[in-house]
Design a protein around this ligand. Structure first.
Ligand code: FO1
Length: 322
């Protein structure tokens, strides 16, 4: 790998983004890759500052993630959670014993005055992760979800983990986002990018709370490089998680075409799966260049093949849509 490798900024949620980055580091110089990460899933629980998407990406790039769950550490133990059970029903959100050390470290450093950007870089370095992991903002942003059945507004993790995303929703909002500032580090990474990639993460609760931070769209426009997204919807379904249901419940089109329409103001190219080849024309009609390939990241080898395709697709920006 030489230093002629392009600067790449990847807009990220959790598991889908982590799997894409795991492939990208095999085909591009890790030090030239910046992950701009959603923080709206973050929460304080038991007094601990927890950043699920940052941790999922850190642990995946460190090859320490639990492969079945897709979150948390491999070979984890749960003794602290078992002990916490003594004090009542306080263990609905599972924190593994080793994982708790990460949250203790983050909480302590934030209390000492470090920014989330600083502590994220410190934790990534401790795990020997070379990709630059950049929270989109250091300011608090919280996804709030309205249940369609009770009209009650709950936190994202209460919806996602507490109800196992089993209840219908009618609204999603990002508390604090209007006052949040894009960090200088993330601004510089986006503006310097030769290619911006939107990872195959949930459009509603992972990508929207990054794109909607004031300044992100301006930084994307300033970058001048092509913006390539990977559709997280394949054959009308999300590969993991509730993205398709959420889009549907919010009155949006849960398809590759729907994703193109959703992001048409920021993306040049949408990478869609082979099974969605028939959506190519509709994607082009939305003003987005379609690129059809295998997008299923079932192994690191397939993740790196997808990453290579995304870099090829970025060359289409100046091309025609046919
Ligand atoms: N997801 C679950 O489904 N159940 C859990 O108990 C859980 C705990 C957890 C702890 C730390 C962490 O970093 C992630 C954790 N996740 C858990 C995953 C997390 O809720 C989701 O992956 C993301 O927030 C969705 O992007």
């Amino acid at each position: 790998m030489t230093n002629t490798s392009p600067n790449i900024a990847v807009i990220c949620g959790g598991v889908g983004a982590a799997r894409f980055l795991r492939g990208l580091v095999r085909v591009a110089e890790p030090a030239n890759i910046s992950a701009i990460i959603n923080v709206a899933d973050d929460m304080v629980l038991h007094g601990l500052a927890i950043s699920p998407d940052i941790d999922t990406i850190t642990y995946t790039l460190a090859d320490a993630i639990d492969p079945e769950r897709g979150w948390g550490l491999r070979d984890e133990t749960w003794r602290a959670m078992e002990a916490l059970g003594r004090y009542g029903d306080r263990n609905w959100f599972s924190l593994g014993d080793q994982d708790i050390a990460t949250h203790l470290q983050r909480t302590a450093r934030l209390a000492e005055g470090a920014t989330l950007t600083e502590v994220t870089a410190e934790i990534a370095a401790a795990w020997d992760v070379d990709v630059r992991l950049l929270p989109v903002t250091n300011d608090p942003v919280s996804t709030r979800v309205t249940r369609a059945d009770t009209d009650e507004e709950i936190s994202f993790q209460e919806y996602f983990v507490g109800t196992q995303h089993s209840v219908p929703i009618s609204r999603v909002r990002f508390d604090g986002i209007d006052a949040a500032r894009l960090t200088p580090e993330a601004t510089a990474a986006i503006e310097a990018a030769d290619v911006v990639v939107i990872a195959p993460s949930n459009p509603v609760v992972s990508i929207a709370p990054v794109l909607d931070v004031p300044g992100v769209r301006d930084a994307l426009a300033a970058s001048g490089g092509p913006c390539v997204a990977i559709s997280p919807i394949v054959g009308g379904e999300a590969l993991k998680g509730p993205a398709a249901n959420m889009l549907h419940e919010l009155g949006l089109d849960a398809s590759a075409t729907g994703v193109a329409q959703l992001w048409s103001d920021v993306i040049d190219v949408l990478v869609i799966d082979d099974v969605d080849a028939a959506h190519s024309l509709a994607v082009a009609r939305a003003g987005v260049t379609p690129y059809v390939t295998d997008t299923i990241m079932a192994s690191p080898v397939r993740s790196s093949a997808l990453a290579r395709s995304v870099l090829s697709a970025s060359l289409l920006k100046q091309g025609s849509t046919t």
